[in-house]
Write a protein that binds this ligand. Structure first.
Ligand code: 5GP
Ligand code: MN
Length: 327
């Protein structure tokens, strides 16, 4: 591609409501292409949390929902579309239709289970901590590690840190630490990145977490499961904005004996679910079979168009199918 066209039109996209791995990998690749003298454009299907606006290059990200026509044109004219941290077109909402229709070569860089197969090529494995780790491997395979700047390294470190919950999850492989070590050698300030992401909450968000833990947390003792279900009114009461519910589901798993934690959020137009588990409880299967979702074995998500109470009842009835693993 580069030999025949030295300035291809490159688009980088990632899943809706991107987290630090999604946006960090996208901007890590964007900043790397810049170092190669290649122009690329990052298109996010939606907005994202305020805790990501420090990422180098973020000001240049195009929000599809706010720039539909421009995004459509860019995607239609693209030669290459890099699809990062997702592997099913549904994860990029309406943008997926335009990506599917584009003549561009589509390249997947992703670590989620069960790729849908809409891409031509790529770097895919579930044996990596994060898409950011895979972007590093991509750069390494090109023999260009010396081109990694502090900005690129900071983007990639952000996704590795968050997807491993600070090097804690079982998806923290020897390769993860090896990659992180190289990124530190490139100048990453680990404490600064940690503070940007985790010490950046609003007072409202902090009080909302307190409210959820105090008044909304249900312990389903027979199933060693924690469940939090939040109404649209409650989100409004605490002025909850994009990114504010990130991390809430993890609290359930900090309780002794709890093996599964579920969060249901009423986002008005749909109900969004997050599943987190310990050990052999298959979150991705629960999400895929019941809520049109997916993800990783121990961390997955899904959605439903049914009312919050119905979704809550459905979640509880599904637990019965997993009683042998949960109790
Ligand atoms: P979260 O619960 O933080 O939204 O997502 C946890 C994991 O599940 C992430 O890896 C995310 O990509 C994946 N995930 C969340 N929601 C969905 C969904 O609706 N469909 C699919 N396929 N994956 C999801
Ligand atoms: Mn990821």
């Amino acid at each position: 591609m580069l030999a025949s066209n030295p300035q291809p039109n490159i688009i980088i996209t990632t899943h809706h409501k991107p987290d630090a791995d999604a946006l960090g990998s996208s901007l890590g690749l964007f900043n790397f292409f810049k170092e190669l003298g290649l122009k690329s454009t990052v298109i996010s299907p939606t907005d994202y949390g305020d805790f990501l606006t420090w990422l180098p290059g973020e000001k240049e990200v195009i929000n599809f929902e706010e720039n539909v026509e421009k995004s459509k044109e860019l995607v239609a004219d693209a030669d290459l579309i890099f699809c990062l941290d997702f592997n099913s077109l549904k994860r990029i909402n309406k943008l997926g239709e335009y990506v599917a229709a584009s003549k561009a070569k589509k390249i997947l860089i992703d670590h989620h289970l069960e790729p849908e197969g809409f891409t031509d090529n790529g770097l895919w494995t579930t044996g990596a901590s994060s898409t950011c780790e895979l972007v590093f491997l991509f750069i390494e395979q090109l023999g260009e590690v010396e081109k990694i700047t502090k900005d690129i390294a900071s983007c990639l470190y952000a996704g590795i840190m968050t997807d491993t919950a600070s090097f804690k999850h079982p998806s923290t492989y020897p390769s993860t630490h090896r990659v992180a070590a190289v990124l530190l050698e490139k100048g990453v300030e680990t404490n600064k990145i940690y503070e940007e992401i985790y010490d950046n909450y609003s007072v409202d968000r902090t009080r909302f977490i307190g409210f959820c833990l105090n008044e909304k947390l249900q312990i389903l003792g027979d199933f060693n499961t924690a469940l939090i279900s939040v109404t649209a009114d409650e989100l409004k009461r605490y002025n909850i904005i994009t990114g504010d519910t990130e991390g809430l589901v993890n609290y359930g798993l900090t309780i002794k004996g709890i093996k599964l934690s579920i969060l249901i959020i009423d986002r008005v137009h749909l109900r969004k679910m997050s599943f987190r588990s310990k050990g052999n409880i298959p979150c991705n299967e629960m999400a895929r079979l019941n809520f049109k979702g997916g993800g990783h074995f121990n961390a997955a998500g899904g959605e439903s168009s049914e009312a919050l109470e119905i979704v809550e009842e459905k979640v509880k009835s599904i637990l019965k199918n997993y009683k042998h693993l949960l109790s």
